[in-house]
Design a protein around this ligand. Structure first.
Ligand SMILES: Nc1ncnc2c1ncn2[C@@H]1O[C@H](COP(=O)(O)OS(=O)(=O)O)[C@@H](OP(=O)(O)O)[C@H]1O
Length: 705
């Protein structure tokens, strides 16, 4: 981290001082979530980043501006760069009430590359000024609202700062009355304000140079907050300047640990940039590139800045070099699936006109890797292990782990009208580039049966990787994680007792005994696709619809239901086929981490890289649960019995025995001994701790299985 910081900017030492206080960020699941989020971010990006140097591949690492609440160590990488960058822009006149701002040409053929450039006013008379890609966006945390409580959709904190843009959700705190949502967008110049058409805070803002031709037409719409933006007028530029200065102040005040700034929306806390380095061996060893990500990135900020452009100047002042994607071997090319624009409406319906989405989607690769869960199954680790690969570029989820975009959750950004919202969450990658992006949102697995189809529609080449964990261990982990939503009153044993019985009865009465416990009959279609009988399909539908019916109020987080993996995995294999779905046992991620991650890379078609130094992530901190509300022998056994038939069906589906039933132990003594065992080893380690069993557990009352 230190080395990287020094490279970033001449004033990084100052920044270090400024950032002595950890930044805070908001999230709607304080407490439980906060603890784990810290583990997700807590400086991991920097560590991974350093670890990857010297591998002869370009690095692409998203860095966060948040601090680690636990260690107090701020993630200063992007923050320092953000401040620097804003300074550079200000010096160049951007943000100074129009001074030095000139409109760019709409027929500029490398518009995206020249974002931010000062250039002659070549063909536009109107106003004579515009601004490109300026403004800082921080989105609020719509993703935290995903799905039902307890499904872990949000991981706290909000969307990424995203390049530089102005947006209606600029403050991230719901300041949707700010006028810049519509009026201040400078689309012709690559800047747009966006209004959030989703009722949430995931902004749809992208600048789109190709849309310059319709700038005038769009101006009215922009004023109505339709999300299109328009060419910046001098008034707009003035507003933009004010915003930039305000943003700069926020960054400054946040740097001194001003809680009120973060509380006001966490905007600055979410500032994020994408940093790409050329590692040692390539001759550019000590160089670091910084590329602003986000909606603006989708119009080309992702690419190399043009000679003499403001971006180039910024890079040079920050002593940054440019991103060099060509270093990646051609032999590890990941197929680029383009977004499906076929069903886009024509824009007359009052929905956000799809022109940006359509044009952009035509050449932007859709996300091609998905980690849909399972929640508490080490999905964060798995997604980071994938994201960490030099060919992978993280989605723009924000500062907190680059996971959980949630854009394929119904109600968030699904549907043709919301293609733009989906596009905006992912980095701009073109077909000829050997990079890919993906998404890891655990709600995708359980929330809605239609998610896989929606993903497939956007990208027929998508691949799915699940991290599945012994469902008994998963449930206990989830319970600890969601201890707050159980209102600290329902103990695990009572939740299990109640929920297992009701879920079993419910499935049996609605699906019939055969489907609640016996394997489905299915024929194999092409490419490993499964053809379900009508009866089986109905049972699958029932599983997804059963959320409200088969859960119990005693189990608000549906911790029991989430561990019935069979239906969930079946749903994805049904859509993607066996060949495109990989199931990783979380226990393998722990015990055979290197080999398992390498297998995942192979499955995804990524070049082999050294993965020996990845570390566990998102470890649940010990919650303050009274002993009698923790897992005990009775709940352990009840869960094992409940899950066994579903596990068996899963094994049959996968053609592989994951052996979770062996994760058990015999008890001789009281349940409090069980608690100490679990706390020490966790359920999924029970069978792997023979040594400890012999030395300590047996004298305490345990017997090895
Ligand atoms: N490498 C590796 N191997 C195996 N297990 C690991 C690994 N990294 C993290 N973990 C454990 O995974 C649990 C968190 O899972 P998730 O990241 O999926 O949680 S979340 O749904 O995103 O909140 C969480 O489990 P618990 O600590 O038991 O709750 C983590 O400790």
């Amino acid at each position: 981290m230190e080395a990287r910081k020094d490279l970033l900017s001449p004033s990084s030492e100052d920044d270090d001082d400024d950032l002595g206080e950890p930044a805070t960020s908001k999230g709607n699941s304080e407490g439980v979530k906060r603890g784990s989020r810290d583990d997700k971010t807590g400086g991991k990006a920097g560590t991974a980043d350093e670890d990857r140097e010297g591998q002869g591949l370009p690095l692409a690492v998203a860095a966060s501006a948040t601090g680690d609440d636990e260690t107090g160590e701020p993630e200063i990488l992007a923050h320092a760069a953000a401040k620097e960058f804003i300074g550079v822009l200000a010096e160049a006149g951007i943000g100074a009430e129009g001074e030095g701002l000139e409109e760019r040409s709409e027929d500029d053929d490398d518009a995206g590359v020249r974002v931010g450039e000062k250039r002659p006013d070549d063909d536009k008379g109107e106003g004579g000024e515009g601004v490109v890609g300026v403004g800082v966006r921080a989105s609020d945390d719509a993703d935290d609202e995903l799905g039902e409580a307890g499904q872990g959709g949000g991981s706290g904190g909000g969307g990424a700062a995203a390049g530089l843009r102005g947006s209606a959700d600029d403050d991230g705190g719901g300041d949707s009355n700010e006028t810049e949502g519509g009026g201040a967008g400078g689309r012709a110049a690559g800047l747009r304000g966006s209004a959030d058409d989703d009722g949430g805070d995931v902004a749809d803002g992208r600048s789109d140079p190709s849309a310059a031709t319709s700038a005038e037409k769009d101006e009215d719409q922009a004023e109505e907050g339709d999300g299109l933006g328009s060419r910046a007028s001098s008034t707009d530029v003035k507003q933009i300047g004010q915003r930039i200065r305000a943003r700069s102040r926020r960054l400054d005040s946040l740097a001194t640990g001003d809680e009120s700034v973060a509380a006001a929306g966490g905007a600055a806390a979410d500032a994020r940039a994408l940093v790409a380095t050329t590692p040692t061996g390539g001759g550019d060893a000590d160089r670091v590139s910084l590329v602003w990500m986000g909606p603006s990135a989708s119009d080309g900020l992702w690419r190399e800045p043009g000679e003499g452009s403001l971006w180039a100047e910024a890079f040079s002042r920050l002593r940054l070099t440019r991103w060099k994607p060509q270093h990646v071997s051609e032999s590890c090319r990941i197929p680029c699936g383009h977004w499906n624009t076929a069903s886009l409406p024509d824009g007359k319906s009052g929905a956000p006109p799809p022109i940006l989405a359509r044009e952009q989607a035509g050449f932007q690769c859709a996300p091609s890797v998905f980690v849909p869960g399972t929640q508490k199954g080490a999905s964060t680790f798995l997604f980071h292990a994938i994201s960490w690969h030099p060919q992978m570029v993280q989605p723009l989820r924000g500062a907190h782990g680059f996971k959980e975009t949630g854009r394929y959750s119904p109600g968030v950004a699904l549907g043709a009208n919301k293609l733009g919202l989906r596009l905006a969450a992912f980095p701009f990658i073109e077909e000829h580039e050997n990079f890919a992006t993906g998404d890891g949102s655990v709600v995708y697995m359980i929330q809605n049966m239609d998610v896989p189809e929606a993903i497939l529609a956007d990208n027929p080449h998508a691949k799915i990787v699940f991290a599945l964990r012994d469902p008994v261990a998963r449930a206990w982990s989830d319970f600890r994680f969601l201890w707050n939503i159980y209102s600290r009153t329902n103990g695990f044993p009572s939740v299990v007792r109640d929920s297992v019985r009701k879920t079993r009865d419910c499935f049996a009465s609605h699906m019939g005994e055969s489907h609640s416990h016996k394997p489905f009959e299915f024929g194999a279609g092409g490419a490993g696709q499964l053809t379900l009988s009508e009866e089986d399909e109905n049972a699958l539908k029932y599983f997804y619809n059963s959320s409200g019916r088969c859960g119990t109020s005693n189990d608000p987080g549906h911790i029991i239901r989430k561990g019935i993996y069979y239906f969930q995995v079946l749903n994805w294999i049904r859509v993607f086929g066996r060949d495109n779905v990989m199931v990783v046992d979380s226990a393998d991620l722990k015990s055979r981490q290197k080999e398992t991650v390498e297998e995942v890379y192979r499955f995804l078609g990524l070049c082999p890289v050294d993965v020996s130094r990845l570390e566990p992530e998102n470890v649940t901190p010990p919650p303050n649960i009274p002993d009698h509300k923790k897992i005990n022998a009775e709940s352990f056994k009840a869960l094992q019995d409940f899950y066994e038939p579903f596990n068996k069906k899963l094994y049959q589906l996968l053609g592989r025995d994951l052996g979770w039933e062996k994760n058990t132990f015999k008890l001789r003594e009281a349940s409090e001994t069980v608690v100490s065992f679990w706390e020490r080893f966790g359920a999924d380690n029970a069978h792997a701790s023979e040594g400890w069993l012999q030395e300590q557990a047996q004298p305490m009352g345990f017997l090895a299985p």
